[in-house]
Ligand binder design. Structure first.
Ligand SMILES: [Zn+2]
Ligand SMILES: [Zn+2]
Length: 253
């Protein structure tokens, strides 16, 4: 029978819920990857629910853990990379305690070995993907020319390692390089993604309703529990609840 992956089981893997055992990070990391692998075969609704609950419950802790971690890939990064799509992450990424992550991830990628030593393709792809997501959420970033060149060099080196394999890493590295080289189409795509993410906090949460909270318009009602979803009217809030309740968690931030 398929083992059910829950928020608690994932949090235990990551050491977010201490179980009084001293487990080396490498073992934790392996367990986490296995849990995430099992979670992928669960229904999409369950995955979304787990990632929303993790984001709501652990984002400040995860970001702190990320800051004191090392290397382009680590437990905290893997976790964060899986919850960037939730409205909780979008909201948290704007808070002061979430700033400076772009520079950290960029530095870790720059300092990682060109030959990808000790990391597999999934991990290197995730490292690049996470950096690009952070840049997009920040609304774009101009690196110093030197850092930009170093990042391009690294992403190209990693891309070359897996060229022609059709693996996801090819796409992640390629997108990052194109963004850094100011490729117009890629910049446009990142702007669209940014807008879609921002609208998660501004668009009425009733499926199918496209009303947006305008700057000078009537104030939308915020879900009092998650503070991460808004509604254009009470009716839409009430009707959306059956679906929303699986994604609605009280954030610790
Ligand atoms: Zn609505
Ligand atoms: Zn809610």
């Amino acid at each position: 029978m398929q083992r059910e992956v829950t928020t608690n089981s994932l949090a235990r893997c990551a050491g977010l819920e201490e179980a009084n055992e001293d487990i080396p990070d490498t073992d934790r990391y392996r367990a986490l990857i296995l849990e995430l692998y099992h979670l992928q075969s669960a229904p999409k609704e369950h995955q979304d629910s787990v990632f929303c609950e993790i984001a709501a419950s652990y984002l400040p802790q995860l970001v702190n853990k990320y800051r004191i971690s090392e290397g382009p890939v680590n437990i905290a990064m893997t976790f964060l990379n899986n919850v960037t799509n939730t409205p909780y992450f979008v909201r948290f990424s704007r808070l002061p305690e979430a700033q400076g992550l772009v520079d950290l991830q960029a530095r870790r990628i720059i300092e990682a070995p060109d030959n990808g030593e000790n990391f597999n393709y999934d991990e290197l792809g995730a490292a690049c993907q996470f950096l690009l997501t952070l840049i997009v959420y920040e609304g774009g970033r101009d690196f110093t020319d030197q850092d930009r060149q170093l990042l391009i060099h690294k992403a190209n080196s990693w891309h070359d390692l897996f060229r022609g394999t059709g693996l996801h890493i090819e796409e992640s590295c390629d997108l990052l390089v194109k963004y850094l080289e100011h490729d117009e189409r890629t910049i446009m795509i990142t702007k669209l993604i940014k807008r879609a993410q921002d609208s998660k906090l501004l668009q009425c949460g009733f499926p199918g309703c496209e009303q947006l909270q305008e700057k000078d318009g009537p104030i939308f009602k915020q879900c009092p529990r998650c503070k991460s979803t808004v509604y254009c009217n009470d009716d839409h809030q009430a009707q959306a609840w059956a679906g929303h309740k699986h994604l609605c968690f009280e954030p610790v931030f």
